[in-house]
Design a protein around this ligand. Sequence first.
Ligand SMILES: Nc1ncnc2c1ncn2[C@@H]1O[C@H](COP(=O)(O)OP(=O)(O)OP(=O)(O)O)[C@@H](O)[C@H]1O
Ligand SMILES: [Mg+2]
Length: 377
Amino acid sequence: MADQIRLLVVEDVPQVAQYVRGLLNSQAAIKLLEVVSDGTRVPDLVRELRPDVILVDALLQGRLKGMTLVARLHESGNQVPVIVLTVPQHPVQVNPATGIHAVLPMPFSGYELVARIQQSRQAAATADDAGSARVIAVFAPKGGVGKTTIAFNLAVAVGQAGLRTVLIDGSLQFGDLRALLKVPIDAPSLLDLPTDRIQESDLEDVLWRDPSGIDILLAPPRVELAEMVTVRDLEKVLSLLRRVYQVVLVDTPAVIGDVNLAFLDAADTILEIVSYDSTTIHSTMVMADAFRAIGYPPAKLRYLVNRADSTGGFDPQVLADALGRQPEHSVSSGGDLVVRANNEGIPFVLADPEARISQDVFRTVGELVGHPAALRR
Ligand SMILES: Nc1ncnc2c1ncn2[C@@H]1O[C@H](COP(=O)(O)OP(=O)(O)OP(=O)(O)O)[C@@H](O)[C@H]1O
Ligand SMILES: [Mg+2]
């Protein structure tokens, strides 16, 4: 069962372990991964087994006593909710700030055990969603309009504003960022994340730390590998990144499919790149209809005109009429600076922060995320 809650039990009294096993045997909502009696093994087991909930006996004996283990887990940045099992003579207070997410006093029934585990899992999931990062998906229904260039420079500019920023290369088949940033072919990608239980510590190994100061989650290195990334994996990665970062930017491909919709659904803002030409206008209107049909609120979508200073004789009002509003953001043409910076794999906002295009990007950051201090926490 996909939605089973994975439970790790830390218990050294055989009778209690047996009792818990017995209670869990008769139900399917919770999968008992293992009962471990040696507390020192727990941190490794958590990494290996990736439980959703850990049940620890407060009176655990051995080298690592029960409450010491709970404190140790908490200090190591453990995100998995911990339920402390105790007896009435040894009361323990719930205190998430010290890693005690719930308490289960003995004796307890099967119903109480299952309910407590489910509540803990639910509370952790809700906490995951709260206070989370702003997700911005840079999108265009048409290829080559500047998504990657804008997404990369916007991300770096957000990072410059002091916000923890991650950029995801959402073009899973033809990830542009690998080439743009000249990362080694064996640099890890999204595919190197474990598929079942992804944890914060796993991010360390797979994120590309760009010299520009932002972290980047690269796309798989080969076209055929893109198929191995599932929507479920992406949702998990996104929810984790949301927790760790303040701004998550996604460079999305010019397609509408399951994977790209996962990015667009998760986004707080879809930043759609448009330009002054008739094919863009056509595809943008088709897309706006599709987004309406999906049910995205109009405020979720924001337009950015790229190369806004080169209209090529095109009347900007025609674009505004087609969109039904003035585009919210604009970035001018950067000419040689953009080509040179892209060729060197560096963001133009750092290569020449005073250039008009860089100033446009910095202004866009202000318009998109507001005053950085408001997001800082
Ligand atoms: N404002 C700009 N000024 C000058 N050049 C630009 C600008 N925006 C994009 N470019 C150039 O346009 C080209 C296409 O840009 P980019 O690769 O960012 O587009 P894309 O939308 O990501 O394309 P794809 O659909 O292939 O992923 C690049 O060579 C880039 O340097
Ligand atoms: Mg691109």
